[in-house]
Write a protein that binds this ligand. Structure first.
Ligand code: GLC
Length: 560
């Protein structure tokens, strides 16, 4: 019997790389702009790969770079096997992947299987082929309810506001069927019962894998399958986490798992097996663990951790439940503090910490904010995350301690939720502002000197203190904190895959041990807590007290 390559790696005694990987998320539009049009691009990523490698991470995940009308910042894909011209060419992509590999970095792309752009050729074909056609069966078209079908087929809502259905005109110009879009109307949902859809994605994955791509982040991995008969949901279909019951008609249906089993065999067929990470907003860690069973996806983002308030009991419970759930299926957890959809953690932790769950900018903006506390907590959370068993994700700019930009002028907001909500939901642009690299004023090196363009979202002048240049070598900077923590993690594989042992800790603090002998203490209380007896401090997110105790909102690593 020939063992799959993934298991062979395990037999050679070395755990597969992804079980403890730290992965850096590059939001391509806002990372680095080499051609000077104000929007990031592939040449920009390529020029900054040295920075990413020096940071000490193992891989990079790049948000969608495919041709797109950019209704949803690239998550509306019009061709899955090409490059958006404003980002570069396929040759640029290949060169970038080669350079990354030369630097020891793996590359994960973003695959968007739940929907495509209404500008994808399939959608025009579906419209002209008409009801009942094979072309329409790739999407979810239905007749409307009510007199002459003037009402949507059911009560499902779009994630960006309003109904999840849009009615089309048929060939004779008369109002006709409706199509489903769980996001914007320009993002029609695909029908995963259709063999065409399945084949298209298999081919797409092989296309990128054959170019050397090491894996995919799967967008809306929990949404692909819709319940038979498309029953009413009976309440708002959003927010996606915690609020909905397990048996939801379009989120986290058990039938999605069969798709991922097939994807896993496709990825395992490569000599250097390719890997997946699921974006699955599900009810609880137990439901999440179903996505990472041995014959399914490798890893999944841990949004339960991301949405935990800064409270010792909540954090500990989230960590413990996640560890237990992942352990039950033999998968490593991955920890994450932010991404391009969530409010940056400095700004979340600056707010009162009495609520668990997803909090959007609209939920937070009017609450009292203590940004100094937010900054300290975010740094402490980073050391906590990097000390936990498994892998971790770092969202570009997190290592610089960037906060959400909460005061973007109305007229620059691009997130589709802004218009779709009637200009009430300020959306996610505040965490997508281009990265400050160098210099004293915008564009902070994001755009080459002398380019006439400005960054597609304006950067705050206060970022002059947070540029990569300003923080490099600066004692106490967040960038140097991340670099040191990642360097230690690199030297000590014990900090990756594995288990932890909780230690007794004063109320309001977390303390745990990893192999090596390594101890992490996180102080979430209002008073300093003592270090473990006989322990030597290794790294702390902010200075310890003069007598060696861990101050409030500080995490510290010790050796004993
Ligand atoms: C995912 C993406 C998000 C996008 C949505 C629709 O949640 O992370 O940015 O808007 O899917 O594709």
């Amino acid at each position: 019997m020939v063992l799959p390559a993934s298991e062979m790696t395990e037999l050679t005694g070395r755990a597969p790389w992804w079980r403890s990987a730290v992965i850096y998320q590059v939001y391509i539009r806002s990372f680095a702009d080499a051609d000077g049009d104000g929007v990031g691009d592939i040449a920009g990523i390529r020029s900054r790969l040295g920075y990413v490698a020096d940071l000490g991470v193992d891989a990079v995940w790049i948000n969608p770079w495919y041709p797109s009308p950019m209704r949803d910042a690239g998550y509306d894909v019009s061709d899955f096997r090409a490059i958006e011209p404003s980002f570069g060419t396929l040759a640029d992509a290949e060169a970038m992947i080669r350079d990354a590999h030369d630097l020891g970095l793996r590359i994960l792309l973003d695959i968007v299987p739940n929907h495509l752009s209404d500008q994808h050729p399939w959608f025009a074909q579906a419209l002209s082929a008409g009801p009942g056609s094979r072309e329409r069966s790739r999407f979810i078209f239905r007749d409307g309810r009510g007199v002459e079908g003037h009402l949507p087929p059911n009560d499902w809502k779009s994630g960006f506001g309003g109904s999840a259905w849009t009615r089309v005109a048929e060939a004779d110009g008369r109002p006709g069927q409706w199509y489903l879009h769980l996001f914007t109307p320009e993002q029609p949902d695909l029908n995963w019962i259709s063999a065409d859809v399945r084949e298209e994605f298999d081919e797409t994955m092989r296309f990128w894998f054959d170019l050397g791509v090491d894996g995919f982040r799967i967008d809306v991995a929990h949404g692909l399958v819709k319940a038979d008969g498309l029953p009413d949901v009976g309440a708002t279909a959003w927010p996606p986490l915690s609020a909905h019951p397990v048996d939801h008609p379009h989120w986290d249906r058990d039938e999605v798992h069969e798709i991922y089993r097939a994807w896993r065999s496709l990825a395992d067929a490569y000599d250097d097996p390719r890997v997946f990470v699921a974006e699955a907003w599900v009810h609880n860690p137990e439901r999440l663990a179903r996505y990472v069973r041995a014959d399914e996806l490798h890893t999944a983002f841990n949004f339960d951790f991301l949405t935990s308030p800064w409270q010792a009991d909540e954090l500990r419970a989230s960590i413990q439940t996640s560890l237990r759930a992942h352990e039950s299926v033999g998968a490593p957890p991955t920890w994450v503090l932010s991404n391009h959809d969530t409010v940056r953690e400095v700004s979340r932790y600056a707010r009162p910490q009495d609520v668990r769950g997803v909090r959007t900018l609209n939920d937070l903006i009017d609450l009292p904010a203590d940004f100094d506390a937010g900054r300290r907590r975010a740094r402490a959370a980073a050391l906590l995350m990097l000390a936990l068993p498994g892998g971790a994700y770092i969202y570009q700019g997190e290592e610089l301690g960037l906060a959400e930009v909460e005061d973007l002028p109305d007229d620059v907001l691009r997130d589709p939720g802004w218009e779709q909500s009637g200009r009430t939901d300020r959306g996610r642009d505040g965490c997508r502002v281009p990265i400050p690299w160098s210099g004293d004023a915008p564009p902070f090196g994001f755009i080459p000197d002398n380019a006439p363009a400005v960054p597609w979202l304006p950067q705050p002048a206060s970022w002059r203190e947070l540029t990569v240049q300003a923080q490099t070598g600066a004692d106490g900077s967040t960038l140097e904190l991340y670099r040191r923590a990642l360097a230690i993690r690199r030297m000590r594989p014990e900090l990756g895959d594995g288990t932890l042992t909780w230690l007794e800790a004063p109320a309001g603090a977390l303390a745990f041990r990893r192999e090596w002998p390594f101890i992490c203490i996180v102080n979430v209380s209002a008073d300093p807590v003592p270090p473990p007896q006989g322990a030597r401090p290794l790294l702390s997110s902010d200075a310890l007290t003069s007598d060696g105790r861990v101050p409030p909102d500080v995490a510290a690593w010790f050796l004993r």
